[in-house]
Design a protein around this ligand. Sequence first.
Ligand SMILES: Cc1cc2nc3c(=O)[nH]c(=O)nc-3n(C[C@H](O)[C@H](O)[C@H](O)COP(=O)(O)OP(=O)(O)OC[C@H]3O[C@@H](n4cnc5c(N)ncnc54)[C@H](O)[C@@H]3O)c2cc1C
Length: 492
Amino acid sequence: MQLHWHRRDLRAADNRGLATAAEAGPVLAVFVFDDDVLAHAAPPRVRFMLDALAELRAWYRDHGSDLVVAHGDPREVLPDLAEEYGVDRVVWNKDYTGLARERDAAVRQALDDAGVAREVVHDAIHHEPGSITTNAGDPYSVYTYFWKKWRTHEKADPYEPPTAEQLVDASDLDTRELPTIGELGFEEPEADVQAAGTEAARDLLAAFCEDGIYRYGEDRDYPTKDATSRLSPHMKFGTIGVREVYEATEQAKRALDVDAGTEDDGEKESEGEGDDEKPDELESIEEFQSQLAWREFYTHVLFFNPEVVSQNYKEYEHDIEWHNDPEELQAWKEGETGYPIVDAGMRQLKQEAFMHNRVRMIVASFLTKDLLIDWREGYAHFCEYLADHDTANDNGGWQWAASTGTDAQPYFRIFNPMTQGERYDAEAEYIKEYVPELRDVTANTIHEWHEITDLERERVAPDYPHPIVDHSERREEALSMYKQARGDDEDD
Ligand SMILES: Cc1cc2nc3c(=O)[nH]c(=O)nc-3n(C[C@H](O)[C@H](O)[C@H](O)COP(=O)(O)OP(=O)(O)OC[C@H]3O[C@@H](n4cnc5c(N)ncnc54)[C@H](O)[C@@H]3O)c2cc1C
């Protein structure tokens, strides 16, 4: 018998580890609740994970098998299960964070000591760390070069889920109940967390590939345009496989060829218009694929630099002298900064355990460059509230915004939160959705919130705060903070 250990791969289809185990078959699936891993979890993610596990278990049961649920240290649980069920080999998919790698090394050792064979395969990303490198064999620190190679590397096809015949008949096994969120020591999340599971992921992917993917390039930066996939928690927990997602994007390209072909034939007879649309739509799909590649880029960065979880990737001459004002940090967390787009984003985070990418960039820039607060505070807060928190992506995003990461935004490029709001939420629809105090205020006034008088602010929205800082002043302070860290003063 083969044992497949599910971790961040809560699906049956397009699961390389599971397919590998099933090939040798029959395979029994297990999930282990590990307190060391749960110590880094937060209610939205635990909710999402439990729902995904319930769906996965139902899938196994529909196929005459089951998902074994265990709680404990995998170094003990897995050898014990191997003995209890007479397992020949344990198979699992690799995880690339520093902590996961340490844990996996210990589990491998424990299985070796117990004389149980094991196989660890690569599944969560298309191209493993070390497979996309500079010509000198080094990992890339600049995304553009990484992307150029990533896009031309061949991608595997999705893996088939195991058949009922390849699964262990679990009718006589004590597979144990799934715990409740309370039994795992977590409260129900306050946020309305999006639906978990492979079915939900596939629905999102199908809907996105019908429509959003073709306007992604143009619309992805606008939070009200609903032009992104919302797949991020699914990518994090592996409720859908990367090959399946990629295949759907390639299918969207093929659909374009078919449509364009039909259109072209017609157009040739008429005015020959319509050809212009094809490159835009194709570019749009590639823009989306490029985001999938960002995820892999950051996974590689974290793999080769596990210390970035707590340290700047980029060395500055001196430490950055963050100001770290606790009241300003609190105002940011609560969405009470008096900068409408920032507050809308921070409130979306609490309400939905999600925030639109453009707004993540704005709030992260505001924390680090307007409030001059250490990116690690922002990262910790995101970690507590995001359903899609992913060490590699979250860290990459924060360090980019703080100008401390790979390929980071230059320290002197500082987002103006008012202009960003005006550009990406011109009608203030997104802002009004999450900041009810501003619902009766015109978009113009919202975008001028920092410029109008206190009296005017109190008149139009008495319950919404005045800006807690002056952006222009803070911009200057940020520049000198970074210059000092760079040692620029000494050079003068
Ligand atoms: C400060 C900050 C923190 C972030 N924290 C996270 C995080 O914890 N988890 C997370 O998955 N993403 C994070 N991102 C990246 C990005 O904001 C989210 O992936 C995206 O908003 C998720 O929405 P979506 O699934 O609709 O994305 P889509 O635009 O539909 O993108 C598809 C997928 O590509 C990947 N992706 C997209 N953008 C990025 C990116 N910039 N970097 C890496 N991968 C990307 C994600 O897996 C995403 O689901 C962060 C960005 C910033 C600026």
